[in-house]
Design a protein around this ligand. Structure first.
Ligand code: IVH
Length: 694
């Protein structure tokens, strides 16, 4: 019992644990075997990677200290820890795994070991590429035709999974050249494919995949599903097949991948993270950092960055061990996924009246912070995932992305777990819930959570009523003076004085509200609090229709002409605009602007300093733009004639970013540097658009 809990406790530890007895060692081995068996066999994870790696390192350390006591069948030095189903197709040459490092110092130590094995400093340079978090396969092409796909298995023999031929992007069934070779690489679901796959699965009554990696491994194994799921392949190597010449003599790693790409198969070089050839390990470390910074923006999961000696001769000279080559190393990145227990689900009503569920979790360390709460989408999603209180769930968090619950590990469900209860009444007002959409909403709509809505619309980038904070908003609602957004515009100075407790403040607020009457339609429309019409969507709607009258006249099909409004969203907006008729009429009666100054905008835009330019903004603004949010920056860029970009790409003209406080450039800054996009400080940008700052 003590032994078991010592091993159990490893999951919660942040430093590397150590095993103190043979009994603990054996218990650790048992847990590792069980975890690998379920992972490779049944396709679910009994523990997350962090917990597994820690336990594995502790077992390995114990074996190193007690070499005479190592059990004969220890999985520690075998490919896939000896647990992957071997299959019956022999590999042409062994399909190896990779050794890991976790710090720059360990990378330097790996470089020293490389030099030791070579007998001299490596001269052929290094390659740096992403370590894709999927399942390894070998894809055999004969005369340009994809004839077989084989899993890694135990490294010597794999399983034939050719049933996925035709479903893997990047592995065409027919090449344009009659090449014969074997591409080796990783099959995975991109984020988009993962979401589509989960939809297809749940539509077939199946459970969602815990994560893209489990999903890819399971999809390779599943030969008799009634549906097919699209995945993606990226090659990270190639070997010759049937003795046919394919690679140029002495091809480096980069040249090998170039030959694969020429043949028409996707390689790591074609991922947004790319394949980089560098001369020194110092430069390799810089590339590792750059790829790590891009991680949360990549359209697929990576769990590390792989550094390889580029030269074929140097690779051959250092050779390989039983599990991994000595000429390559994985620089592992912090885990972005952990398992933890779902303790509770709390429901809050947002400003639009939508009920938002939040998962309360047993605290878990994830990507540098302790996570105790995570987003859940909506009731339908909770039901689709069949989440129970008490479940062990996988939680995903990367960079500044809000943590989200991915799925429950059903096999670990305790007997007393109960399905997540869904609210029977509005958690805010106790009233009825409108369940007609996937996102449930209080039947009272925006009036239910009026205070957060009014506080939000008084903000600088909407109605900009300076001084109207939550305290006064609460007082105005409590006194009955404000029952909806429109009531703001008929407040008297006396009412505002009473709410704010001072005649001076009352006068100032009255003046601010008077000014707010002339905000453009985009802001007024946003203030209605219609679900799915945040600041940028409201700008698009207002720019498209020009007047509130035109918006009110639009039916669902007309509304779909606006970018970002599809067949699902359109009828909801139409319905909510109709439901807001009373508030809109009151706003009109109060003399609030109901038009968007489009003409003026396009005239300005035609010769603005940003005309024809695309600007991406990231991070906190400083200097004259201090405190400016995304929406205000967007409006400024458009006013100066530019277009707002969301991600840095070849069409980006400027990236506006303040130098990072911790010295680490953001992923967008790294991308901009790579693409040669000009990076402007907020101060420099403010100078450029000085005429447009009001
Ligand atoms: S090189 C002999 N490069 O990571 C070379 N592997 O944890 C061995 N992987 O088994 C592999 N991305 O399945 C290499 N760019 C990359 C990779 C990569 C993902 C996988 C591969 C390997 C596993 C080791």
């Amino acid at each position: 019992m003590t032994t078991f809990s010592a091993v159990e406790a490893l999951s919660g530890m942040s430093s590397l644990p150590s095993l103190s007895s043979r009994a603990e060692y054996e218990a650790g081995l048992d847990r590792l075997r069980e975890a690998s068996r379920t992972y490779y066999g049944a396709g679910y994870s009994l523990m997350d990677d962090v917990t597994y790696d820690r336990l594995r390192l502790a077992v390995k350390a114990w074996e190193e200290e007690n070499p005479d006591e190592v059990v004969p069948a220890s999985p520690i030095d075998r490919v896939a820890d000896g647990a992957a189903p071997a299959g019956d197709v022999a590999h042409t040459t062994r399909l190896l795994s990779l050794d890991n490092v976790f710090t720059p110092e360990e990378l330097v130590a790996w470089g020293a070991s490389l030099q030791r094995r070579l007998g001299h400093e490596p001269t052929g340079g290094f390659t740096v590429e992403p370590k894709m978090d999927g399942a390894a396969v070998a894809a055999r092409y004969r005369d340009g035709r994809l004839v077989q796909i084989i899993t890694r298995g135990d490294g010597a023999q794999g399983e034939d999974v050719s049933h996925v031929i035709g479903t893997v992007v990047g592995l065409p069934e027919q090449l344009t050249v009659p090449a014969t070779f074997e591409a080796r690489g990783e099959v995975l679901f991109t984020q988009e494919q993962f979401e589509a796959a989960n939809e297809v699965r749940t539509a077939h009554g199946g459970a969602v995949f815990a994560n893209p990696r489990n999903g890819a491994a399971g999809t390779l194994r599943a030969k008799d599903r009634p549906y097919r799921l699209a995945m993606t392949f990226w090659a990270y190597g190639a070997v010759e097949l049937d003795g046919e010449a394919f690679l140029p003599a002495g091809a480096t790693h980069a040249e090998t991948l170039a030959a694969v790409a020429r043949a028409g198969v996707r390689t790591t070089a074609e991922t947004p993270a790319g394949l980089h050839v560098v001369a020194t390990l110092d430069e390799a470390q810089q590339r590792v950092d750059a790829i790590a910074a891009m991680r949360s923006g990549l359209p697929f999961g990576i769990d590390g960055v792989v550094v390889k000696a580029d030269s074929a001769a140097e690779q051959a000279a250092v050779g390989s061990g039983t599990r991994f080559p000595y000429w390559a190393i994985a620089f592992k990145l912090p885990a972005v996924e952990r398992q933890t227990v779902l303790l509770d689900v709390v429901w809050e009503v947002g400003r639009t009246g939508v009920l938002a569920p939040t998962a309360v979790l047993a605290p878990v360390e994830l990507d540098g912070s302790t996570v105790t709460r995570a987003t859940l989408h909506n009731p339908a999603d909770i039901l689709r995932r069949d989440l129970h209180l008490g479940d062990t769930v996988t939680v995903h968090k990367a960079g500044d992305i809000i943590p989200r619950v991915e799925a429950a590990v059903v096999e670990l469900r305790p007997q007393d777990a109960t399905p997540v209860p869904l609210p029977a009444e509005c958690p805010n007002c106790g009233g009825e819930i409108d369940k007609s959409q996937e996102r449930w909403r209080c039947a009272k709509g925006t009036t239910c959570a009026l205070a957060p809505l009014i506080e939000y619309v008084a903000g600088r980038d909407i109605l900009d009523i300076d001084g109207l904070g939550r305290k006064y908003v609460d007082a105005l609602i409590a006194s009955g003076d404000v029952g909806d957004v429109a009531d703001l515009f008929t407040l008297t100075e006396e009412q505002l004085t009473a709410a704010s407790g001072s005649a001076k403040r009352g006068a100032k607020l009255a003046e601010q509200i008077r000014l707010a009457r002339s905000r453009p339609l985009s802001r007024v429309f946003c203030a209605l609090g219609i679900p799915g019409t945040g600041r940028s969507m409201s700008r698009r709607i207002a720019a498209h229709f020009g007047t509130m009258e035109a918006i009110r006249a639009a039916d669902a099909s007309v509304l779909q002409d606006v970018e970002g409004i599809g067949p699902e969203k359109a009828p909801v907006i139409v319905e909510q605009v109709a439901a807001s008729a009373g508030v809109i009429d009151k706003l009109i009666a109060a003399g609030v602007t109901m038009t968007e100054p489009q003409q003026q905008k396009s005239e300005e835009a035609a010769d603005g300093p940003l005309t024809g330019r695309t600007v991406v903004v990231t991070g906190k603004m400083t200097g004259p733009l201090d405190g400016w949010g995304r929406s205000e920056m967007g409006a400024l860029i458009e006013k100066a004639g530019g277009r707002v970009g969301s991600g840095v790409n070849s069409r980006t003209t400027y990236l506006v970013a303040a130098p990072s406080a911790n010295g680490k450039p953001s992923s967008k800054a790294v991308k901009a540097q790579e693409l040669g996009v000009e990076v402007l400080t907020p101060e420099a940008f403010a100078t450029l658009v000085a005429d447009y700052l009001d």
